[in-house]
Design a protein around this ligand. Structure first.
Ligand code: ADP
Ligand code: MG
Length: 621
């Protein structure tokens, strides 16, 4: 029997080793940008200009006015493990720079066409190096301003498998701007610009004002809601800004956490922040926070993650406590309440006007929502004015008498009461329940075939409304209403990009949006059902994570989240008293809709206490 040839071990050529290393460091154009900009900051730049073409697939160029490199370094910096940031081994355990591995430039150069142009202040001329797929193709003296400019063209041109994985330019651009914004937040003194395809997306001059930088980076809307944090515990200093609980996000994207100037994602510290906000923001929402934790570099290990997104603390518990207490202290002072209370008091005294009755407002909303169930077109009737579409299609039969709207009717579900039950043959599960009554104006108690059934009235109604809206959207029946005065939103750059990328799909939802450059987005029309809602909040809800949405399926999910929110705000709530007939009308409409077991947010709609369980409790068996 012959043994097959044993593969021999061989040392990888440097170019191949770099290509492999690039797999870890260079995930997408945004990671190239991050590495280049971090290098510029380490080089002491006071101004950094970024130009991008084709979402970074074609070009990422970073120009800085930092210290530059001499001809020797300009070549050396492209070699593996070549860094000026670790003078000795001890330095690794007290990192004060953003870089230290000497890996970024050779990795990027291995998978792109890279041009480096650099000059130090004391040199008469600069150096230019061109490298293709890790091979130096030209080098020599060249005229250059002091500082460094690095152009990275045709990313992954020699790694087709990776290039295939790049998303559409707008999507990549969303990631790029997000990456730049994160860095810019930590360096308010450095001026930044960002251009895509010749269009200026961000321009933020360097200043001492972090608050200004936050507004430039995250959107003007947050500016008035920011409250300073500045607190220390021993050697740990925690400072920055937290936004009032009214400003929230659907994801943790609003959490900007920096440890010694480095953006990190840290589950523990995110938890410390959200814990401080507990009870102030709804579940599933996340606050907007820009927080800096500074501590002696010996106390942090940044050498944990190839892209350095994670760190390890020598004493994690102490850092956690410091963050929780710093944020908690600012929130406990509830600075945003002071302002609102004052305004409220003024309105009463000066104008002799009663403050707006939130409950009355809510009631009006509920009635309006119910109206949309109640009124629906019969064959002769004109299409519904208002509402998300022309037909109240889902839970209600197509024919039958129209119920007049009763804006001051006696109860929120009054309109349902008069409706004939759906004619789906024998009534289904919910329709077959006998309503016993209402508990705490929140739960409908029913007798079912096999015991007691408790229904959450809000969750149930929400599910109904959600399915109705979704059907209208699917049928492209959404009616759009132009705004009298187009509204201009100032959004974080990444979100503006995401909106622009999805403009066409959003048009199908009834939104007419267009980018005005930078983070400015003009809203010219919205779905009719949203015409009277806070547009900013709605858009925020919608773009929460649109940056990652690239497929139709992902977009549908994002739309579902939006519809769920709209539904949630337009239906009966816990605390609304319902008559028996209203309860019955609600249940009767539950049967024809799909997935009725949960509300669109995933909470259960109903639960059953079986007769057998009751008997057990009363020791009848
Ligand atoms: P690291 O940042 O980990 O040191 P890099 O591969 O990113 O590794 O960069 C290698 C070296 O090149 C840096 O240590 C620095 O000396 C030099 N360098 C890179 N970019 C710049 C720049 N924009 N200005 C000045 N020097 C730079
Ligand atoms: Mg670096």
């Amino acid at each position: 029997m012959s043994t097959p040839d044993r593969p021999r071990i061989r040392r990888l050529p440097e170019a191949l080793a770099n290509k492999i290393a690039a797999g870890e460091v260079v995930e997408r154009p945004a990671s190239v940008l991050k590495e280049l900009v971090e290098n510029s900051l380490d080089a002491g730049a006071s101004r950094i200009d970024v130009k991008v073409m084709g979402g970074g697939r074609d070009l990422v160029e970073v120009v800085d006015d930092g210290v530059g490199m001499d001809p020797g370094d300009a070549l050396l910096c492209l070699e593996r493990h070549a860094t000026s940031k670790l003078p000795d081994e001890a330095a690794l355990f007290a990192i004060r720079t953003l870089g230290f591995r000497g890996e970024a430039l050779p990795s990027i150069a291995a998978v792109s066409r890279l041009t480096l142009l650099t000059r130090t202040a004391d040199a008469l001329e600069g150096t230019r190096v061109e490298i293709e797929g890790g091979r130096v193709v030209s080098q020599g003296a060249a005229g250059a301003p002091v500082g460094t400019s690095i152009r990275v063209a045709d990313l992954f041109f020699n790694v087709p498998a990776r290039r295939k994985f790049l998303r559409r330019p707008q999507t990549e651009m969303g990631h790029l701007s997000e990456a730049l914004v994160r860095i810019a937040l930590a360096y308010p003194k450095v001026g930044f610009t960002l251009e895509h395809e010749g269009r200026r997306l961000l321009s933020s001059p360097g200043s001492d004002d972090l608050r200004e930088r936050i507004a430039a980076a995250l959107g003007r809307e947050v500016h008035p809601h920011l409250h300073p944090v500045d607190d220390g515990r021993g050697e740990i200093r925690v400072h920055g800004y937290v936004a009032a609980p009214a400003v929230t996000k659907t994801s943790t994207r609003g959490l900007h956490l920096f440890v010694n100037g480095r953006f990190v994602r840290d589950r523990q510290l995110h938890h410390a922040i959200t814990r401080a906000y507990e009870g102030l923001v709804d579940r599933g929402r996340s606050p907007v926070v820009v927080l800096f934790v500074d501590l002696p570099p010996e106390e942090v290990d940044v050498n944990v993650h190839p892209q350095k997104h994670e760190v390890r603390f020598a004493e994690g518990r102490r850092v956690y406590e410091a963050v929780a207490s710093a944020v908690g202290r600012t929130l406990a002072a509830a600075p945003w309440l002071g302002g609102e209370r004052k305004r409220y008091a003024l309105a009463r005294e000066d104008e002799g006007e009663a403050p707006k009755d939130a409950y009355a407002e809510h009631r009006a909303r509920v009635l309006a929502a119910l109206d949309r169930y109640g009124r629906r077109p019969t064959s002769e009737q004109a299409p519904l004015p208002g509402g998300w579409g022309r037909t109240g299609a889902v839970p209600i039969r197509a024919e039958g008498p129209a119920v007049p709207s009763r804006p001051d009717g006696p109860s929120p579900l009054a309109a349902l009461e008069a409706l004939p039950p759906p004619d789906e043959g024998p009534s289904g599960y919910f329709g077959s329940l006998r309503v016993i009554g209402q508990l705490r104006a929140s739960y409908i108690l029913c007798e079912g075939e096999d015991g007691l059934v408790v229904i959450d009235q809000h969750a149930a109604h929400e599910r109904l409304e959600f399915e109705r809206l979704r059907a209208l959207w699917a049928e492209q029946q959404v009616v759009s209403q132009p705004l009298l005065v187009p509204q201009v939103l100032e959004l974080p750059l990444g979100q503006a990009q995401a909106l622009e990328a999805h403009a066409e799909r959003l048009a199908g939802l009834g939104f007419d949006l267009s980018s005005l450059g930078g983070g400015s987005v003009a809203v010219r029309a919205v779905p009719t059902a949203l015409a009277h809602r806070d547009i900013v909040a709605v858009i925020d809800e919608l773009v929460g994570d649109l940056t990652d949405v690239d497929s139709d399926a992902a977009f549908r999910e994002a739309v579902d989240r939006l519809l769920a929110t709209v539904a949630c705000h337009s239906v009966v709530r816990a605390g609304d008293r319902l008559s028996l007939a209203e309860c019955e009308a609600l249940l009767a409409r539950m049967d024809p809709i799909p997935f009725r077991a949960n509300c669109p947010h995933g909470r259960p709609v109903a639960f059953a206490l079986e007769s057998r369980e009751l008997e057990r409790r009363f020791q009848r068996r």
